[in-house]
Design a protein around this ligand. Structure first.
Ligand SMILES: Nc1ncnc2c1ncn2[C@@H]1O[C@H](COP(=O)(O)OP(=O)(O)OP(=O)(O)O)[C@@H](O)[C@H]1O
Ligand SMILES: [Mg+2]
Length: 463
């Protein structure tokens, strides 16, 4: 009899064929979705309307990963949600099978290989790297030593014009009270080695733009991580006349998406020199504020965009004197909800609501410029749906997204297991992504979330 370790058991899991090795499970229980390369047998299984990821792995690792993922979720980290460990599996002839770790499939998540499949632009790669760097710094702030940082162990979700990275594989991780510099360096070294290999792999497969050099890419990761880490934790010293720099530091951290829970401020005996150092910083500054005001759960940059739209709405309707929570409710019912309600049911698998709203805001801006008039939201939403959304590939788990996972005209030997490699496909599905197209017009230097100078410039007018 298999044993289930779970904090929220899903009874629909019980009748599954646990006495069969995962590799031999009948395909009617499986879903073919894009995923990263893995050493273990990993399959996506469908149970009612839920999709779970199942990984066959030795007992102590399964339990260790289950518990660690639990702790990470409790600490508010971006990691997949553990559902159960099924152990004590025996085949009919009594052979022992390794346990299976089950996690909830992260909706609208994209493994990096599916982001590289259409030949990716340089600034898209930079945004992916930025997302990975932010995740790594967030995990390090929590005291999590990852031990196996790689693109395959991360999932990406669209987050306005950038990406948010989520940890998917915690097998080698350790949770400490606080990491030493040496431990952080250890993770960075592993990140360098793994990512260098992954980029070489992409290069060999013709999936990396020729302008991108694997070595430069890994150097960039290290530089951006160090830049972010010193902004999050570094000491700043200035004279008593520059007291506004305390406020400035907090604003810059907010602009990076972090709240400052504790800032240590000390002065020398004469009171002329001030020294500040953030001691506790929490990610999710904008998404927490949006959740508090509207109840909407969005990624950080999506939330930032919606809060900006909320401010514009407030100014446009002369509501400056009205309580923020009241305006937020009005914006929700007059702007956000009517816009996302316009998505036809059959297109709901293309984008999640928050990302759709962001893309409509962008589209409205372009249209207003082109037509030289203020295009209303509903009109922008309808034309965005008609002209773009319909042509986008599905990114949620829907019937349509399961058809074929193709990659540059190649189709997988086994659609349930990308590690088995690809063969030449006959029909290539053309993929058009307006987000990618617009990327060409974006000034990369100004758009970089981790470019501290541009963030400082952004924060300056408010100081
Ligand atoms: N909950 C999930 N939601 C979405 N995708 C998932 C989930 N769990 C696993 N995956 C996909 O499956 C892939 C393999 O999972 P995972 O990294 O845990 O396997 P692994 O065998 O431990 O890998 P490694 O070779 O790094 O040890 C991931 O890269 C990811 O694409
Ligand atoms: Mg992995």
């Amino acid at each position: 009899m298999p044993r289930f370790l779970s904090s929220q058991p899903d009874s629909r899991l019980i009748p599954l064929p646990w006495s069969t090795p995962l590799e031999e499970w009948p395909t009617d229980l499986l879903v073919a979705l894009p995923r990263g390369i893995s050493r273990h047998v990993v399959r996506f299984i469908r149970v009612g309307d839920e999709v779970y990821a199942a990984k066959e792995v030795i007992e102590h690792l399964a339990v260790h990963e289950y518990r660690l993922l639990h702790d990470l979720r409790r600490l508010g980290a971006h990691s997949v949600e553990p559902v159960a460990v099924v152990s004590g599996r025996l085949t009919r002839d009594g052979t022992q099978l390794d346990p299976i770790l089950i996690t909830r499939h992260l909706s609208f998540s994209l493994p990096y290989r599916s982001l590289f499949h259409s030949g990716v632009r340089q600034d898209t790669v930079m945004r992916l790297l930025d997302a990975l760097v932010v995740l790594l710094a967030q995990l390090h702030l929590l005291g999590f030593l990852w031990g196996d940082v790689s693109l395959s162990n991360v999932l990406f979700r669209r987050d306005a014009d950038s990406f948010a990275a989520w940890l998917v594989d915690a097998e080698t991780g350790e949770l400490h009270d606080k990491l030493t510099d040496g431990q952080r360096l250890h993770d960075l070294t592993i990140a360098r080695t793994n990512l260098f290999g992954e980029f070489l792999d992409l290069e060999a497969g013709g999936l990396l733009d020729s302008s991108l050099d694997p070595l430069t890419l890994v150097d960039t990761i290290e530089a951006r991580y160090n830049e972010l880490w010193s902004e999050l934790t570094g000491v700043e010293e200035f004279s008593g006349g520059e007291i506004h720099r305390i406020e400035g530091r907090v604003r810059r951290l907010n602009a990076l998406g972090f709240d400052v829970a504790e800032l240590e401020v000390s002065t020398d005996t004469s009171g002329e020199q001030i020294r500040i150092q953030p001691k506790v910083v929490d990610p999710g500054h904008h998404s927490r504020r949006l959740l508090r005001l509207t109840g909407l759960d969005a990624e950080e940059n999506q939330a930032r965009r919606m809060l900006n739209d909320l401010d514009t709405y407030r100014a446009r309707n002369n509501l400056g004197w009205v309580d923020e929570a009241v305006v937020a409710h009005q914006w929700l019912t007059e702007c956000y909800e009517p816009t996302v309600r316009r998505i036809p049911d059959e297109l709901r698998g293309k984008r999640d609501n928050a990302q759709f709203f962001h893309e409509v805001l962008d589209h409205r801006w372009y249209q207003s410029q082109a037509f030289n008039r203020e295009v209303p939201l509903w009109e922008a939403a309808d034309s965005y749906i008609r002209d773009f959304l319909t042509a986008l590939p599905d990114e949620a788990v829907t019937q349509a997204s399961m058809v074929q996972v193709t990659q540059q005209g190649m189709t997988p030997v086994n659609p349930y297991d990308p590690s088995k490699g690809y063969v030449e496909a006959t029909d290539e599905i053309p993929i058009f992504d307006p987000w990618e197209q617009d990327a060409e017009e974006i000034d990369v230097a100004a758009a970089s979330v981790l470019d501290i100078n541009s963030l400082r410039a952004k924060a300056r007018p408010q100081e």
